[in-house]
Design a protein around this ligand. Structure first.
Ligand code: G3P
Ligand code: CA
Length: 313
């Protein structure tokens, strides 16, 4: 109504005068008032819709690894199609210094290394060159339809996302100290070192401390915490130390409770939780205010449904 009445109604062309001085625009105002009034009253009476307390970011754990073999281009593509906010890539280095996506330190669980290289036990990633690793099948163990999926290098992943116009930010875990500079150089080469495009995490504090001077401000460093660590140090002592060099913590689901979240937030640390696959956990974790969730199933409906809670307090 205010907008209507503030319109410059008077123009050099039109200013009709009605009998008794009532101008056209006054009639327009009265009509508009009569139309808008009931609508305005209805909306103020509408029940308050539950608002989202805070929708945590969804991180596709090893890609959409509940639907496709972990750390393959198939699982990363699927994660992007499922609108994950970040795609997690565990990074290791080969014998010849190449960066590949691989969770385990050995190849036996997720490739056919024991068949292809029967005399190379214990099939440590660092004992193989990239060329040797590229002969392996990293998909069949998960399902026949993924037979032949190769182990991707970090560069393969970036090239594929770019060539397929998949704009998915990466959440990179450095699985071993000593690879920090190589990771940063590769990401820099592909313009990935930008806030909002990358998050770094590691179980190794020295990796995060090495990364800090190598990367631009604003790119989060997340200290991963294992269940064992909290056996010998209290949450507050541990978080006090982490807050010196990191921007957040990666908590195992078993530790994720209001005490940890509040203790982290009070030190300006964000909290990401791994690995959340049960929808019931999603709702609880949203209600305690976690900032992100790693999940093997980044399908969108679970996320939206879980975090529509009535405002707390
Ligand atoms: O990075 C979060 C989570 O992936 C850490 O555990 O063993 O799955 O790498 P893991
Ligand atoms: Ca990981």
């Amino acid at each position: 109504l205010f907008i209507l009445s503030s319109q410059p109604f008077h123009s050099n062309k039109v200013c009709w005068k009605q009998k008794g001085g009532m101008t056209l625009h006054r009639i327009w105002l009265y009509v508009s008032f009569l139309v808008w009034l009931p609508l305005g009253l209805a909306s103020s009476a509408a029940p308050q819709q539950p608002s989202v307390t805070r929708e945590p970011i969804i991180i596709a754990h090893r890609g959409a690894s509940g639907h496709a073999p972990e750390h393959t281009l198939a699982s990363y593509r699927l994660a992007a199609r499922m609108h994950a906010d970040y795609i997690e890539v565990d990074v290791r280095m080969t014998k010849d210094g190449k960066l590949i996506a691989m969770h385990d330190a050995t190849l036996a669980r997720t490739t056919n290394a024991e068949t292809v290289y029967p005399r190379r036990s214990p099939w440590q990633v660092g004992d193989f060159s990239l060329a040797e690793l590229k002969r392996l099948d990293a998909g069949s163990w998960f399902g026949k339809r993924f037979a032949g999926e190769p182990i991707p290098t970090l560069e393969d992943i970036i090239h594929t996302l770019k060539s397929e116009r998949i704009d998915a930010p990466l959440y990179i875990e450095l699985k071993q100290p000593g690879i920090e500079k190589s990771v940063v150089q590769l990401l820099q080469k592909h313009y990935y070192l930008q806030r909002g495009r990358i998050i770094f995490q590691s179980f190794h504090p020295e990796s995060l401390q090495t990364l800090r001077p190598l990367i631009p401000n604003g790119i989060p460093l997340i200290q991963l915490i294992g269940e064992r660590e909290t056996a010998r140090i209290s949450p507050n002592e541990l978080l006090e130390q982490v807050a010196v060099y990191a921007d957040g913590v990666g908590l195992p689901l078993s530790l994720a409770n209001q005490e940890w979240v509040d203790a982290a937030h009070s030190r300006g640390l964000i909290v990401h939780v791994y690995t959340v696959n049960n929808p019931h956990d999603l709702a609880r974790l949203c209600s305690i205010g976690v900032d992100g969730l790693f999940t093997d199933y980044p399908d969108r409906p679970a996320r939206i449904a879980a975090c529509h809670q009535p405002p707390r307090g």
